[in-house]
Design a binder for this molecule. Structure first.
Ligand code: PLP
Length: 418
């Protein structure tokens, strides 16, 4: 068969495919001993699940709402009533000067990023190559293969060691080159995989840098404010005309509804609506309908701040304590500051075997993590650090997280001994 460029690009072995495969298999074969620290599945928090179940029951009991939820296509921009509720919610919360023309509902932020990246970057009709810049890597694995052409570039961070076994990445503004080809800068905040939260000052700096260059700053709030708010420090929510914000319902506990909201200039929203019409006709109604009343009553904030934030903060602290307990403190290991998201990012300085090999060894022992090398989209220069890190999720059952970290500590110890 003659392979198309599309098939070559989207069916080759990619980090995200391997990750989803491992996650799917581990969930399916449900070996009770497997420690699934690989994926990004949010935890099932009983109070949160209950709340969504109640909302769903209310919808089902209301014939009109139910019929329109399952029986109607919306416009490609999404259900106007929900968009209105979302706009009011953001205006009230953060004073953003936006209207319903600045918002689109999409079938997941993953799909939203595919549309957005390929809208802004790639081969232009006058034969130029527009680019997307990740001002700091490690960055989200799921961006890496989304470009229809090779248009991602990125800059490596500054590393600040903190205490004996902790560290934090910072954007290296001195090295950032933002030129005419760069149409957008993009950061996830908090960052998947590291749990880093770019400071408010750095967001402003990036926004100005982008503005002076006539480009956009994209903020991926999949774990951030105002929902799910898996954030362990206070942040500001900044809005300017050259910014694009993505918000997802997944990490509040609704990944199965595949719903996201994107806030951008009217021009971008119109273009995304056209693309959405071609790719999906319309977006789904289930996620938006489920949260409509929560938006109106401002309960989404209460839910995030009172249930979701403390749940994950407690889990993060526990996972960090397992590292303290099991790792050999004489080894040069460093855990990234856990400022948000569902992950811990472990850096093994000068590790004699690479962390892909460590991942394979851990898999044999029933512990699924993600090797670090996938989290450097657009960074093509050699850098040993890429092979010295792993990401692990702490959102699952505490006993499993503890068992997983104990086994990681054993394998890391063996690796350093080689
Ligand atoms: N962005 C980040 C940083 C993520 O970690 C994820 C999923 O894990 C996504 C976007 C995609 O989320 P979804 O497509 O479920 O909205």
């Amino acid at each position: 068969m003659n392979t198309t460029k599309f098939a070559a690009k989207f069916t080759e072995k990619s980090g995200i495919l391997e990750l989803m495969d491992d996650l799917g298999k581990a969930m399916k074969n449900a070996n009770p001993n497997t420690c699934m620290l690989g994926g990004g599945n949010p935890a099932h928090i009983p109070e949160v699940q209950q709340l969504f179940q109640n909302e769903m029951q209310e919808i089902i009991a209301d014939q009109k709402r139910f019929n329109s939820m399952i029986g109607n296509y919306t416009t490609p921009q999404g259900d106007l009533e929900v968009i209105q509720a979302f706009v009011k919610y953001l205006q009230k919360l953060s004073g953003w000067k936006i209207s319903t023309n600045n918002v689109i509902i999409l079938n997941s932020s993953q799909l939203g990023f595919f549309m957005l990246f390929n809208l802004l970057a790639g081969d232009t009709i006058d034969n130029k190559q527009n680019k997307i810049l990740f001002p700091i890597v490690p960055e989200y694995i799921g961006y890496a293969d989304q470009g229809l052409s090779d248009f991602f570039i990125s800059e490596k961070p500054l590393i600040e060691k903190l205490g004996e076994h902790h560290f934090k990445y910072h954007i290296n503004f001195e090295m950032l080159k933002v030129d005419q080809d760069i149409k957008a800068l993009c950061v996830s905040r908090p960052t998947n995989p590291t749990g880093n939260v770019i400071s408010d000052e750095d967001v402003v700096k990036l926004q100005k840098l982008a503005k002076n260059n006539g480009s956009y700053l994209i903020i991926d709030n999949a774990y951030g404010a105002p929902f799910p708010n898996i954030l362990f420090k206070e942040t500001e929510m900044l809005w300017e005309e050259n910014m694009i914000h993505s918000f997802s319902l997944s990490k509040i506990g609704l990944p199965g509804t595949r719903t996201s909201f994107l806030v951008a200039s009217e021009e971008i929203i119109q273009k995304l609506s056209s693309i959405n019409a071609i790719l999906s006709l319309a977006s789904n109604n289930i996620g938006p309908e489920l949260i409509k009343n929560l938006l109106i009553k401002n309960d989404l904030n209460t839910l995030s701040k009172e249930l979701i934030t403390p749940f994950y903060q407690k889990k993060s602290r526990k996972a960090l304590s397992y590292f303290e307990k099991y790792m050999d403190h004489n080894l040069p290991y460093y855990v990234h500051e856990s400022e948000g998201a569902l992950f811990l990012w472990l850096w093994l300085e000068n590790f004699p075997i690479n962390t892909y090999e460590l991942y394979e060894r851990l898999k044999k022992r029933g512990v699924i993590v993600v090797p670090g090398k996938y989290f450097f989209p657009g960074y093509k220069s050699p850098w040993q650090h890429k092979d010295e890190c792993i990401r692990l999720t702490y959102s699952q059952d505490d006993a499993k997280v503890e068992q997983g970290i104990r086994i990681i500590a054993e394998e890391v110890g063996k690796g350093y001994g080689e």
